[in-house]
Design a protein around this ligand. Structure first.
Ligand code: NDP
Length: 252
């Protein structure tokens, strides 16, 4: 990836949902900057494959299997990372899912699952990592929200509520954690080319491309580059912000 150099050498970074998609691009970008990157995801085979992909490029990476909705698993993962590496400098809460449907057809289980993974998962990982960052009196937490959490979307009431929740959660944590020198920011990606958006119907993609001022979808590496900045000391005076990376879709 062609990117600026940040002073992230030796930093310990955990990225959730990092076995593929945007999460993997974020993990790879941190590893390429010399950080030790921990790939956390649901499936042990996909975690192992993703770690191997980084190690084969000469990067420092390891994997943890874990479900972000499992409080005990999150507690254990961050305790292990702390023990193995002596600290955690950055957490990227990236794990997220969609279960789209129009309101009248939306099943309660799909409402709950999306809120559970996208919002409660972010809460649990943040709560568990903050214990370690608080003691170290430093850290950066980056929550991957979505433009849908800012502007809503027909057929995505569950997803919009979860991502809007992530944005409000980010601001509250930023206020609460500031005295411990732990910064918390959110990124609101627009339409990014991944498996998640590959499943969208062509006409939906075309209609979105029309309203994006830059007239194209973004790439996972666009999101990854913003994470590097928010994890680095170059953003030391930035906290509680939600930065849209959306080709101008939500500009005000
Ligand atoms: P993908 O579906 O490609 O990847 C999501 C990853 O999260 C998968 O590896 C998945 O594992 C993992 N995951 C799912 N549930 C859990 C869980 N409970 N615990 C741990 N890991 C889990 O998603 P994207 O890369 O497209 O999206 C990444 C983030 O970016 C999400 O939060 C999404 O909402 C957000 N986003 C994406 C946009 C886009 O255009 N793609 C736009 C705006 C925001 P498995 O494969 O095993 O299910």
């Amino acid at each position: 990836m062609d990117t600026a150099k940040y002073n992230l050498q030796g930093k310990i970074v955990v990225v959730t949902g990092a076995a593929r998609g945007i999460g993997f691009a974020i993990a790879e970008a941190f590893a390429a900057q010399g950080a030790h990157t921990v790939i956390l995801d649901l499936n042990s085979d996909s975690v192992e494959k993703a770690v191997q992909c980084l190690v084969q490029q000469g990067y420092s990476a390891s994997g943890k299997m874990g479900d972000v909705t499992d409080a005990g698993a999150m507690e254990a993962v961050f305790a292990e990372v702390e023990k193995e590496h002596g600290g955690i400098d950055c957490l990227v809460n990236n794990a997220g899912i969609t279960r789209d449907n129009l309101m009248l057809r939306m099943k309660e289980e799909d409402w709950k699952l999306v809120l559970d993974i996208n919002l409660t998962g972010t809460f649990l990982a943040t709560q568990k990592v903050f214990k370690h960052m608080m003691r170290a009196r430093k850290g950066s937490i980056i929550n991957i929200a979505s433009v849908i959490g800012l502007m809503g979307n027909a057929g995505q009431a569950n997803y919009a509520a979860s991502k809007g929740g992530v944005i409000a959660f980010t601001k509250s944590c930023a206020k609460e954690f500031a005295s411990r020198n732990v910064r918390v920011n959110a990124i609101a990606p627009g339409f990014i080319e991944t498996e998640m958006t590959a499943s969208l119907p062509e006409d939906v993609v075309a209609s979105y491309a029309q309203v994006i001022p830059l007239k194209k979808m973004g790439s996972p590496s666009d999101v990854a580059k913003l994470c590097l900045f928010l994890a680095s000391d170059d953003s030391a005076y930035i906290t509680g912000q939600t930065i849209a990376i959306d080709g101008g879709l939500t500009m005000q």
